[in-house]
Design a protein around this ligand. Structure first.
Ligand code: FAD
Length: 496
């Protein structure tokens, strides 16, 4: 018999909801601790910018048991994703289990000799209160600690009437009208905001970036939804994954000229479609070396606006602010009233004690997580949503299903600590020596290897149904309904 556990789930975004649903369904007592006043994580209105929309098509950004509504567009807007997540919480009565305005400040191993952790929780800004849990799911995301950077002269710039904000603080396009706007960064949010500023009739829009990167348009060649090219198993096989057998390596070597030609073809197509030569934004790297979770999707209209001169792109970074301008490292000076820093987020688990962070994170920032979920030196704990991808909702749900079975010793292939350590070492070596692109976000990215990652999770869970027909399996993107069937064919049980 599997004994019911008291489980803390830290964070209530996509991942906390996935963990909440499955741990509750199995029969555990769950509490979801969310520091914000509402659920949704990055999709909660107060942390997202206007016009934010998914990069993933809607059929890939969903849980297995809840499709996004028919009327949603292919790439839903932020408020639609929020409504979808809210609906999911309601479907599984998860709201009853959420404590809002509850910040996990710290954690330590329990002192009562029982397995688990004691969390220090501050609710509604009050004193930190200690609470014991048998198991902890870390679902606090990769995008919940803003990266704050400052530059010389910033205070004087603000005193003189200028504004400086992180991209997540930008809410109202009206503030940009008739202003000189400078955006720092080259991520999807940076280009989204630059386009938004043009639409808001900013006086000028500058975008300052360090290095151009390959971007994928929603429709490749203007015709083919990118999901039908980049998300399919056949394409995934064009990247050298971890743990290849000699036979896999041989097949890869034989196919190398075709794979090379495939990527050069895609680069040429994108160069023409996105006017990369005209705008001077053609990256110098090979596209296949760049593809990982940080590859941005093209903001519609961005390259046209650059080509027309509505957005001025400047390579470099900020040096300092003056009263009404920003000086760049290359010597350029950009007239600026509002500076928007699209510089991303800091990865980390600030509430985890240093001694455990040292077991989790290597000196070069790489995370030690078996299946990107669990670490043998951090018992009674697992990480959901850290296996981020191009279809993070499905990845979070797959991870949560794996984690509950791992926590209960119910994986069909329950790994020993040594097996997990060996697997972690093998994966670290692969990231460092074979595929540096996989080091992005501390190695917490399963893209573009969705199928292989999900295959491993399903193997571990003992799924009896595993595949669709050959064509769908090789030529279509991951199908959430099918993964729902695969999950149902894994070991089923109840905790009492
Ligand atoms: C603008 C934007 C667009 C994106 N688009 C896509 C996309 O199209 N496809 C895709 O696959 N991914 C996309 N992502 C990535 C996105 O982060 C994931 O898809 C997913 O939403 C992550 O969910 P999460 O629950 O893991 O983390 P989050 O959404 O970050 O949620 C974490 C939650 O934990 C809470 N929390 C943090 N620390 C604490 C604490 N100490 N105590 C209590 N609570 C805490 C936070 O308040 C937050 O609510 C996008 C991200 C952004 C920012």
């Amino acid at each position: 018999m599997i004994k019911k556990k008291k489980v803390a789930i830290i964070g209530c975004g996509v991942s906390g909801l996935a963990a909440g649903k499955i741990f509750k369904q199995i029969g555990h007592d769950i509490v979801i601790l969310e520091r914000s006043h509402d659920l949704g994580g990055v999709w909660e209105a107060s942390v997202s910018y206007p016009d934010v929309q998914t990069q993933s098509p809607k059929e890939l950004y969903r849980y297995t048991d809840k499709a996004m509504p028919e009327e949603y567009p292919e790439w839903p807007k932020g408020p639609q994703v929020y409504d979808y997540l809210n609906g999911y919480a309601n479907d599984y009565q998860l709201r009853d289990n959420i404590q809002f305005n509850a910040v996990v400040k710290n954690m330590a191993r329990r002192k009562d000799d029982k397995p688990g952790w004691t969390l220090g929780i501050s609710t509604n800004g009050g004193d930190t209160v200690k609470q014991d849990f048998d198991f902890v799911c870390i679902c606090s995301g990769q995008f919940s600690q803003k990266n704050i950077i400052t530059h010389d002269g910033q205070d004087a710039f603000i005193k003189a009437g200028g504004q400086v904000m992180h991209s997540s603080e930008y809410k109202d396009p009206n503030i940009l009208t008739d202003k000189h706007v400078t955006v720092l960064g080259f991520s999807k949010s940076a280009t989204d905001i630059a386009v938004n500023a043009v639409k808001a009739n900013a006086k000028s829009v500058n975008l300052v970036y360090r290095k151009s990167v390959w971007r994928i348009p929603y429709f490749i060649g203007g015709l083919i939804n990118f999901k039908n090219i980049l998300y399919i198993r056949k394409q995934e096989n064009m990247f050298q994954a971890w743990g290849l057998t000699k036979w896999d390596k041989f097949k890869y070597a034989i196919a190398t000229p075709f794979i090379w030609a495939n990527w050069r073809g895609l680069e040429s197509l994108l160069t023409i479609q996105l006017k990369l030569n005209k705008t001077g934004l053609r990256p110098t790297t090979k596209i296949e070396d760049d593809i990982n979770c940080s590859v941005p999707i093209v903001t519609p209209g961005f390259f046209d606006l650059v080509a027309k001169g509505n957005i001025n792109t400047v390579q470099g970074t900020y040096q300092s602010y003056q009263t009404d301008q920003i000086s760049l490292t290359g010597g350029e000076k950009l007239p600026t009233d509002i500076s928007i820093l699209a510089v991303g987020y800091k990865l980390g688990i600030p509430y985890l004690p240093q001694e455990y962070r040292d077991k989790l994170i290597e000196h070069d920032g790489q995370y030690r997580l078996h299946r990107i979920i669990a670490n043998p030196d951090l018992p009674d704990m697992g990480f959901i949503g850290f296996n981020s991808s191009f279809c993070t909702v499905l990845a979070a749900e797959m991870g949560a299903n794996w984690l509950v079975r791992y926590a209960d010793g119910m994986l069909a292939n329950q790994p020993s600590n040594q097996e997990m350590t060996d697997n972690i070492e093998m994966n670290l070596d692969w990231r460092r020596t074979k595929r540096p692109a996989a080091k992005v976000y501390g190695g917490l990215c399963s893209a573009p290897f969705h199928f292989k990652h999900f295959d491993e999770l399903l193997d571990d869970m003992g799924a009896k149904i595993r595949k669709r027909n050959v064509i769908a399996e090789n030529m279509a993107p991951p199908n959430a309904d099918a993964y729902g069937r695969y999950l149902k064919s894994t070991v089923q049980y109840k905790a009492e």
